[in-house]
Write a protein that binds this ligand. Structure first.
Ligand SMILES: O=C(O)CCC(=O)C(=O)O
Ligand SMILES: [Fe+2]
Length: 272
């Protein structure tokens, strides 16, 4: 039976040198965690506390905008734009910033939401996306190494588009039992890197059917494989089934970098 806990993997700067033996050890840990659960918790010291605080304050400002402004966040691709008032997850609301690791991507979004500008939001969102992308790229490099194609990991990154999603869950009514914040699903991404602030809610299903709650902390990030990773690895890495359950009278904010594959044919092929 699968162990009913998620792997916690150290990504502090000391493991980031890809010639060190700890890098190889981390590579193996990443691959076995992804094969076991499709997800792991990365302990990563790349996000300064000040930026952590700033990005969550900035996302509060964003959700405080009138709905008609948030509805301007549109896209022709699913999961890239504003989502709100969905019948099976009424507490959930989210917006998406395409090309979130580029100045242009974040500036375009900021101008749409605040035509007279919001430098604090713009800077925080860009810096935050870059931190998450750095972690995502290290994990991608490790996956590529495990498949013997480390020299091609950049072409995986170039085949994806990073969308920063900002997510808010309103508090359920007081004294209620756990209420669904977001319906159980697998992401369509190659990888998703999530970061939650203080309020718990994210749950991941293990292969033995148990739901495990993931506790938030400023230095922990949830790295999840999505459907595109399952397709690319021919099922070797299964995307993690996850959901959000809310309890109590606190609202919840979470942020995620979602790497969507532009064209599956542009990913390097695996000869397993
Ligand atoms: O809010 C979270 O922690 C998870 C969000 C999520 O799973 C999603 O937007 O796909
Ligand atoms: Fe998700």
């Amino acid at each position: 039976m699968a162990p009913s806990h998620l792997s916690v993997i150290d990504f502090s700067s000391k493991t980031l040198n890809n010639t060190s033996s700890s890098w190889i050890t981390t590579c193996n840990e990443v691959m076995s965690a992804l094969e076991e659960h499709g997800v792991f918790i990365a302990m990563y010291d790349g996000l300064p506390q000040e930026l952590n605080d700033r990005i969550f304050l900035a996302s509060r400002d964003l959700f405080d905008l009138p709905t008609e402004v948030k509805l301007l966040n549109t896209s022709d691709k699913p999961y890239h734009a504003y989502i709100g008032s969905i019948p099976d997850s009424p507490l959930y609301e989210s917006l998406g910033i395409e090309n979130a690791t580029t100045e242009e991507g974040v500036e375009n979004f900021t101008k749409l939401m605040w035509p007279s500008g919001n430098e604090n939001f713009c800077k925080s969102a860009l810096m935050f996306s870059k931190v998450l992308a750095e972690l995502e790229h290290i994990v991608t490099q490790m996956i590529a190494k495990s498949f013997g194609i480390e020299d091609q990991y950049k072409s995986i990154i170039e085949s994806t588009n990073d969308v920063l999603r900002l997510q808010k869950y309103s508090s359920p009514k007081k004294n209620e039992e756990k209420t669904q914040g977001l319906v159980a699903h697998r992401d369509k991404t190659f990888l998703t890197v999530l970061h939650q602030k203080e309020v718990k809610g994210l749950e991941i299903q293990t292969k033995d059917g148990q739901w495990i709650q993931v506790d938030p902390s400023p230095s922990s990030f949830i790295v999840m494989a999505g459907d595109a990773c399952t397709a690319w690895t021919n099922g070797r890495v299964e995307a993690a089934l996850h959901r959000v359950m809310m309890k109590g009278n606190q609202e919840r904010f979470s942020l995620g970098l979602f790497s969507f594959v532009r064209d599956m044919n542009s990913l390097p092929s695996l000869h397993q």
